[in-house]
Design a binder for this molecule. Structure first.
Ligand code: SAM
Length: 219
């Protein structure tokens, strides 16, 4: 499939997500159209990148399904200029989408060195080098040098909400994180930090399926 065919199929996927009410906002739609998933998957998978399912990336990990990424980006209510930390860089696709919306630097942490390299290569090719900062390490501890954040988006499933992530949010900031079992089933939680004391409101957005968040405050 050539680039034109890949893009046409991608546009159809984006339109379908909009029809289904999953993509709701102009900014998420525009980011999806600007940053197609096929640019972030291994070459042999590009032909499947418009399909609304997760796809394999190196090191046995996955890039999430388009609907899942859209749901999280809509819930994040990102605004231009917001400071965002993503935990679980994977391919770099979600981080690039975030950068398209906030139009400023984005920080993203990945624990698997092979994926740090994979994501950096993808992001450089697509033009996000120097904008999306891929940090190697354990994202369950957050990334204190750039804290506090307006939003923290975790794209792997945790056993519980990692406290360092709540600590590194601004008051009024929010954390999106799948919390549940190791093997695939979690609930997508929206944790809104209410004040400096760390009081919070938690909204459960229902069942999701992510690879495990492995680290000091994870599995
Ligand atoms: N957001 C990614 C994308 O756009 O391609 C997909 C993320 S994939 C579903 C989950 C990722 O989280 C994997 O790459 C995995 O290695 C990473 N991960 C798991 N535990 C982590 C941790 N403690 N810190 C950072 N990354 C972690």
């Amino acid at each position: 499939m050539n680039e034109e065919e890949l893009y046409l199929k991608w546009v159809r996927r984006v339109e379908a997500l909009e029809r289904e009410g999953i993509i709701k906002s102009k900014k998420v739609k525009e980011a999806f159209l600007k940053v197609p998933r096929y640019k972030f998957v291994p070459e042999e998978s590009a032909q499947w990148s418009h399909v609304d399912e997760p796809l394999p990336i190196p090191a046995g990990q996955t890039v999430s399904a388009p609907h899942m990424v859209a749901i999280m980006l809509e819930l994040a209510e990102l605004e231009e200029g917001m400071k965002v930390l993503e935990v679980g860089t994977g391919s770099g696709w979600n981080a690039a989408l975030i950068a398209e919306i906030v139009r400023t630097d984005v920080y993203t942490i990945e624990r698997i060195p092979e994926l740090v390299e994979f994501a950096r290569k993808n992001l450089k090719r697509v033009g996000y080098e120097g904008i999306v900062h891929v940090i190697p390490g354990d994202g369950t501890k957050g990334f204190p040098p750039e804290a506090p954040y307006d939003r923290i988006i975790v794209t792997a499933g945790a056993p519980k909400v990692p406290e360092p992530l709540v600590e590194q949010l601004k008051p009024g900031g929010k954390l999106l994180i799948p919390v549940g079992s190791y093997h695939l089933w979690q609930e997508l939680l929206e944790v809104v930090k209410l004040d400096e004391k760390g009081r919070r409101r938690i909204i459960n957005h229902g069942g999701v399926a992510f690879v495990p968040l492995v680290g000091e405050h994870g599995w």
